[in-house]
Structure formats: structure tokens, C-alpha cells
Design a protein around this ligand. Structure first.
Ligand code: AMP
Length: 221
């Protein structure tokens, strides 16, 4: 059975870190729509040029564009035996389109990472990423260069304090309703993201086992 995992949670919850770690341990791709967009901005493609200003304001790219990107990505060969989706869906319209895309595939396991707002603001204000490869640096790391490629660590343009507050507002307005959208499914679990990363990873692995057992017993969705 393919392991189709979807990570929910506000910006700063640790979705990216946990998604990357889990995907690597299972040999499946992590599909981060934020990373795909940042690469497009970097490469100066048409989508990247249009997305840049919207991302810098902390707002969302249109559902049509995002659904097209994810549909195409999930069709690729490497996503057929499973994937970890990080940053998509962010609206109920995207979630509903994803249900259509997933029709006939193994069930989606949905994990919501819960972290108090004050902790999110603190984390986003101190987070650094590599200017070269985009990897997140550990929050308490104190390193000046990227552990993966040696590139310079910088603040993400949208981690600026004003933009952080806007992104959290956008999350509450447009993305938090997704928790209610998925909560009714037997394959939904929430985990406590305000713990050290190793504990979160252990809870995530346990939640995935629990959700996938129900997923098998409970049908495709
Ligand atoms: P992230 O790295 O997931 O925090 O995403 C960074 C930014 O990319 C977001 O603040 C949005 O502007 C944009 N973005 C990423 N994923 C989506 C999505 N599914 N829908 C709309 N905008 C997105």
C-alpha cells in the first residue's frame, strides 16, 4: 500500500522538518509547495515571477495555480508508492480538488501538528534558511552556515515580523478550516508539535501507524 501522507499545521509548526525527515526515512518524496514556489521564484519562471510579490506579503497563491502544480507533481512516477505533502492543501477548495486527484489511489493519512501561537511567532522570528539550497537550519543551532551544503544562512523574506503575523492570520482564516474538513475521517490524527523534534518524530510515526491501520480497515478515504 502506498503511504500517502498529508501534513497540516500553521507556519512554524515544524511541518517541513518532520516531512523531510519522515520522507527520507521511507524513501518517498516530500512535496513542499512552498519549496516548489521558491524554486520557481529563483529560476525566474512565469509562475515564479507572479508568485513572488504574493509570497512576500504572506498571502496565498491562487487555488487554480496550486492545484495544477500538485496534480502534475503527484502524477510523476516517484509519487506512486507514496509521498509527504507539506503546505498543500491550504484552502478547502484545494482539499476538495485533492480528493479528486486521489480518487482511486490509496487513502490519504492526515496529521495535524498543533503548536501554541506564541511559540509559532517565536520560532518564525528566529528561523534561518540556507540561501543556496533552502534547507531549514535548526532553531537553536547557532551555526553560521548550512549543514547540508555550506551555504550562507539567512532569514526567509516572509519570516519578517509583519509578514509572519499576516501569514498566521491567513492560516486562521483560510487553512484552519481544513482541520474540521479532515477531522471526521478515520485516517486523521493530531500530534503535539511543541516538543523537541525527536519526540514529535516519534509521535508522528506512531500516529501514522494508527491512522494507516484504520485506513486499511476503513476503505479508501
Ligand atoms: P511555506 O513554505 O509552505 O510556508 O509557503 C510559503 C508561501 O508560499 C506561502 O506563504 C504562500 O504564499 C505560498 N504557498 C505555499 N503553498 C501554498 C498553497 N498550497 N496555496 C497557496 N499558496 C501557497
Amino acid at each position: 500500500m502506498a503511504l500517502n501522507l498529508l501534513m497540516l499545521g500553521p507556519p512554524g509548526a515544524g511541518k517541513g522538518t518532520q516531512a523531510e525527515r519522515f520522507a527520507r526515512s521511507r524513501g518517498i518524496p516530500r512535496i513542499s509547495t512552498g519549496d516548489i514556489l521558491r524554486e520557481a521564484v529563483h529560476a525566474g519562471t512565469e509562475i515564479g515571477r507572479r508568485a513572488r510579490a504574493i509570497m512576500d506579503r504572506g498571502e496565498l497563491i491562487s487555488d487554480d495555480v496550486m492545484i495544477g502544480i500538485v496534480r502534475e507533481r503527484l502524477e510523476r512516477d516517484d509519487a506512486q508508492s507514496g509521498f509527504v505533502l507539506d503546505g498543500f492543501p491550504r484552502t478547502v477548495a484545494q482539499a476538495s480538488a485533492l480528493d479528486g486527484i486521489m480518487d482511486g489511489r490509496d487513502p490519504l493519512l492526515v496529521i495535524d501538528i498543533v503548536v501554541p501561537e506564541t511559540e509559532l511567532v517565536r520560532r518564525l522570528g528566529t528561523r534561518l534558511i540556507c540561501a543556496k539550497c533552502g534547507t531549514n537550519a535548526p532553531i537553536a543551532g547557532g551555526a553560521a552556515t548550512c549543514a547540508t551544503c555550506g551555504g550562507k544562512l539567512v532569514q526567509r523574506a516572509d519570516d519578517d515580523q509583519a509578514v509572519v503575523l499576516e501569514r498566521l492570520k491567513v492560516y486562521h482564516r483560510q487553512s484552519e478550516p481544513l482541520v474540521e474538513y479532515y477531522r471526521v475521517r478515520p485516517t486523521f490524527r493530531s500530534i503535539d508539535g511543541a516538543q523537541p523534534p525527536d519526540r514529535v518524530a516519534a509521535d508522528l510515526a506512531a500516529a501514522i501507524v494508527a491512522a494507516s491501520n484504520v485506513g486499511v480497515a476503513g476503505g479508501r478515504r
